[in-house]
Each structure stands twice: as structure tokens, then as C-alpha cells.
Design a binder for this molecule. Sequence first.
Ligand code: AMP
Length: 456
Amino acid sequence: MAKFKKVVKKKKAAVIESTAQEDEAVKKRSSSKNFRLLKGFKDILPTEKKYWNLVETKAANLAVGFDYGEIKLPVLEETALFSRSVGKDSDIVRKEMFTFTDQSNINVSLRPEATAQIARAYIEHGMLNLSQPVKLYYFGPMFRREKPQSGRLRQFYQFGFESLGSEGAVVDAQLIALANKFFSQIGLKDAVTIQVNSIGCTECRTEYKQELINYFKPKKKLLCDDCKKRLLKNPLRILDCKEAGCQSLLAEAPQLLDWIDEDCKEHFMKVLEHLDQLEIAYNLNPYLVRGLDYYTRTVFEIWPIDKTGSQVALGGGGRYDNLVELLGGRPTPAAGFSAGVERIIMLLKEKNIEIKQENIPEVFLAQIGAQAKAKAMKLLEKLQEEDIMVAESFAKDSLKSQLELANKRNVKFTLILGQKEVLDGTILLREMEGGVQEVIDLEKIIPELKKKLGRT
Ligand code: AMP
């Protein structure tokens, strides 16, 4: 015991040391003039917007189509909510949460995931009194203090679908169908595979865990450092370790599917039958276990087809039949799925998926001289009221630089208001492609422009 305490102390000291080093680096930077992003955090710039729009609109439309109501959850919760549901031995709870004690001495954490919150909200708002299953959709940032690298951030966005109150295999299959539809709709149908497994219920897993420990114990030397630790606390996670040494031991390892009981097996068979009926291709993956404690029975992940490794899963989910009860609610079977937006966007870019740019300005409004500028500002408001997308650069005075900008923005038309036009009550309408200019009565410019834009 004393030895164990010493090891824990050493480990804690190492974590504290590395955190202290990072804190020191941040402090140094903060005292200099230039602030920089914290490690693992990202700004999402307007140039990225088309990707975010695509992911968010497709996910939100599917939520409507599949009858999921959107729930907005807070980013801060009591730490115990996550440690109890995700599991105190999981990587997330052991080392990845942003946790602090607030001014009221409450131990709080930035949410590392949302399923625990969904279960909390289901209980807190008495949703068991609604017609079941209750289907909820969310979209928002999650926080995990992982070692940042490509595809692994400390703040990342997830959207998710959760269905609470039904144990039917059809729910699991529908969630997988939903995920499949999402990836098809964003153009990644042929770029991803669906991995499926069943990890049984708590009872069948207990026996299996012991069997796994018996198998790996004599081979402990061959396991990676992480799996050596997992052997005692979380042996199932050895199955999805990506280290070559650990993987080479898997072929002979006892298979989870041989250990799950008849009910769990039957449930899983039904899920697969539904998927076959829906003609959804999947890969039966006996090593898929997911890293969170609350999962039971069906688990699944979406992987890019041509990549392997621990940072590649685009999304994942499964059944969590015990979670609501674990958090103090009535026993409520449930299942869900979440996906990581940044990783999906990385794949969209890698596969050169073409995305229609939305909200591109149709018209540029140029002005020359103080009076024209004032009139142009008023005209801009009118154009906006008519939902015409306008770009401008009122801070510029030279017509040449404004026209250059209009060209850069790829607009079809530029409106030009100069001193002469102000006096005459007219405006110039320039067609950018041919350079043809027409003088138009200022009063008539909106209907005229609408006609040219094909809007009557
Ligand atoms: P998980 O709940 O860990 O299975 O995460 C679900 C999805 O969220 C993953 O498949 C990833 O797409 C995404 N994700 C998880 N952790 C991170 C991270 N640190 N950085 C970026 N995306 C992540």
C-alpha cells in the first residue's frame, strides 16, 4: 500500500510538473505584448464557415427529419456527474477534464462530453413523464485536456443524438442509420466505414473481464505501459489499443461475443438484422469497446476508410441502459451517438468535397465623394431589407480600389454612386463580366436590380 501511495504521489508530481511548465509558458506569454491561443484551442475563422454550415445544417435537418428535439446544455457541470457516469478510471476522468473549485467551493468541470448531461437533464426535467423514447439533439463545444495533435483538440465541437426510454434494437439500428445518412449527405459515403460490436450488459461483462485478465496477465510484459495499467482497472480497453505489441496479442484473446448472454446476443442480432434490411454496410469489429464506462450492449463508431490510429474516429455511440439509474433516475434504457465536427471537416477537406459557398455577395456598392457616401449608406439599408447580399467598402474613397475589391468578391454587379449621380438622382449599374454600364434612376434601382438577379 505504501508503495502504491508512493507511485500515485510520483504520478501526481509528474502531472503537476508538466502543468506547471505549461502554466509558466502561458504566464510568460501573457506578460509579453502578444497573446496567443492556448494549446489545443482554435479560432474558427470566416473562411471555415462553409464547412461548419454544412455540418451543422445537415445534422440539424436530420434531427428534424428523425424527430429529435434540440436541447442546449451548459458547458459547466458538477465534476461528479462525469466521474460517476463516464467512469473514474476512464482516460477522460483520470486526466483529461478541465476541473476547478468555484467560489462556492463546488467542484466543477468543463464538459468532456454530453451524454451524462443528457441523462442528468432527462431526470431533472422529469422527461420520463413524456412519451417515450425521448429524442434529443445537441450541438456544442466539449473540453478535454488531451495532448494536442492533428485531430485532437482541447476544445472541439460535437453534435449528438440521444434516444432515452426504449430498449428496442430498432433504436440502435436507427441511430446507426442516422449516422450513415449524415455521412452520405455530406458527401463522405464512400470515405467512411461503420464499425459495430456488442459489449453485453454489466453481468456478462464481469465474467469476460476476468477471462481477459487471466489471458493478459502472463503476457503483461508484452503490453504497452497504458495497457499494463488498464489490465487491472479497465481491461476491456486493451482490446482497442492501437499499439502493435498489444494488437499482436488480440488474435488469441477471448472474444467478447462468445461471452455475452443470450438476451444480449439476441438484441445484437436484431440490430444487425435491421441494418441488413436497411442495406447499411457495417464491419463487425470484436475489438470495439469505446472508452466510457456507461456503455452496454451495442457500440459503434464511424471511421475514415483509409486511416487507422487512436485519433481517427469521426463519431461513435451505443447503448447506455444503466446510466439514468446510475445518476439517480428510474431505470431507463437509452442509446445515442455523437460525432466530432473538426475531424469531419478535416476529412471533407482531404477528400476535396466541393461545398457551395453560401451568402456570397451579389452586388458591390461603390461611392465617390462625401454626399455619395451618405446616400450609399441609406441605399445599403434598403438593399439589405430586400435581402440582396451587398458588399461595400465605404472606408475607401478611390473608385479604382473599390472596383478591384468588387472583382475580388466575384460579384455580378457593382452599383456606383458619384457626385454627378447624386445631383441627377441616378446610379450606375455595372455588369462586372462585360463591363457594360447603365445609368438608372435611383428610385428604380431596387426593382431593376432584382430583375437582373432573376428575382421578381
Ligand atoms: P468520444 O465520445 O470520445 O467517442 O468522441 C466522439 C467524437 O468526438 C470522436 O469520434 C471525435 O470525432 C470527436 N473527438 C473526441 N475527442 C476529440 C478531441 N480531443 N479533439 C477533436 N475531436 C474529438
